[in-house]
Design a protein around this ligand. Structure first.
Ligand code: SAH
Ligand code: SF4
Length: 375
């Protein structure tokens, strides 16, 4: 099979070009064509020698992911389902905001962490995405939307990437890091480290490695103030308990591009949403001294979970306790009640793609927009 050039960061592409007898500056040119201009056809790369274009056409390709479906909500949010083969699909969500565009990217088909409140987790793990499959989501969204919006070549659509789609990015570390490097590379997407966020359920050794290899913004899915509850909600906690996780977060600060860790907390009715639990969280963070902010996510229910979303007043009361405790807290605003469109929730529907397509066609999308409100 042809070599997929989306699998390479600039260093990798340079090595590949050298293996074809080409110098580094050719790799830079090629890299810019692919990621800055969105080119996939080597013939269109007019400043590359004809001989190189012919050579590349014989051995390499820029391999996009086939689109299964696209849905747009009234607020402009767009969600794509991409086919990754063998009946698996992953989702990517574009969230336009006034001053920026955010892309929510998947790292795995399924997820092995099996959090109780996550439908991707309930689905089980299918496989890791390759670097090329992670980047194909960004490559497609950026250039597709750029074209649709009729923007100038220098303008960018996406200036913020969050690894919050399907999968646990830190359990796909070797594919993740080159993908992050391409996001950050000035010859590619040129995103600021502060605007690329890895969200993790807490793979402690990999948080440590990320700090050394490619320190981008870090979000940690906490969901509970103590180990007993977190063991139950996020099974990975049995391996890496809260104390170790928070120590890794503290260490991460030495290299982090932001001066806080974002803790995500999914609000589950009667499970983790009491004022006492909020108070316990305040105590925990004071004790552990992790500079942090909280983002409370109202749970997006799905039938198999047996869980319910916390009522709005309870979410706001929880947020108030955290704020009074001195922690900046935001509540992710959820619009509409179409739960199927929420992050991670398409995972279960792609085993049979024919059915998935039919269901997708009937679906009206409504996703939590990126705008956040302070309580
Ligand atoms: N695996 C990573 C990133 C993907 S999940 C992680 O767990 O951080 C991205 C975010 O969506 C996480 O904070 C996760 O807790 C949250 N999430 C998962 N299922 C959800 C649901 N049903 N309702 C609300 N948030 C959910
Ligand atoms: Fe995996 Fe994140 Fe879902 Fe947990 S919340 S099962 S880590 S994708």
């Amino acid at each position: 099979m042809a070599v997929n050039l989306l699998d390479f960061d600039l260093e990798g592409l340079t090595a590949y070009c050298e293996s074809l007898g080409e110098k580094r500056f050719r790799a830079v040119q090629l890299f810019r064509w692919i990621h800055q201009k969105g080119a996939a056809d080597f013939d269109s790369m007019s400043d590359l020698a004809k001989s190189l274009r012919a050579k590349l056409a014989g051995v390499a390709e820029v391999r996009p992911l086939p689109v299964v479906s696209e849905h747009q909500s009234t607020d402009g949010t767009i969600k794509w389902l991409f086919d990754v083969g063998d009946g698996n699909a992953v989702e990517t969500v574009f969230i336009p905001e006034e001053d920026r565009g955010t892309l929510c990217v998947s790292s795995q088909a399924g997820c092995a962490v099996a959090c109780r409140f996550c439908s991707t987790g309930h689905q089980g793990f299918s496989r890791n995405l390759s670097t090329g499959e992670i980047l194909a989501q960004l490559w497609f969204a950026e250039h597709q939307l750029h074209k649709r919006m009729g923007l100038a070549p220098s303008e960018r659509v996406i200036d913020n990437v969050v690894m919050m789609g399907m999968g646990e990015p830190l359990q796909n570390y070797s594919a993740l890091v080159p993908a992050l490097r391409v996001m950050l590379d000035d010859h590619a997407y040129g995103l600021s480290r502060r605007r690329v966020t890895v969200s993790t359920s807490g793979v402690v050794p990999m948080i440590e490695r990320l700090r050394d290899d490619c320190p981008v913004a870090l979000a940690v899915s906490l969901h509970a103030p103590d180990d007993a509850l977190r063991d139950d909600l996020v099974p990975l906690n049995r391996k890496y308990p809260i104390h170790e996780l928070l120590a890794a977060c503290r260490d991460y600060m030495a290299a982090a591009p932001r001066d806080f860790i974002m803790f995500e907390y999914c609000m589950l009715d009667g499970v983790n949403d009491s004022p006492e639990q909020a108070q316990a969280l305040v105590q925990l963070m004071r004790r552990e001294r992790v500079p942090c902010k909280f983002n409370l996510i109202p749970f997006n229910p799905f039938p198999a979970s047996g869980l319910k979303r916390s009522p709005r007043e309870r979410v706001l009361a929880f947020a108030r306790v955290l704020q009074e405790g001195g922690f900046v807290t935001t509540v992710r605003k959820t619009r509409g009640d179409d739960i199927d469109a929420a992050c991670g929730q398409l995972a279960g529907e792609v085993q049979d793609r024919t059915n998935a397509r039919e269901r997708m066609a009937r679906r009206v999308i409504s996703i939590a927009p990126a705008s956040e409100v302070s309580p």
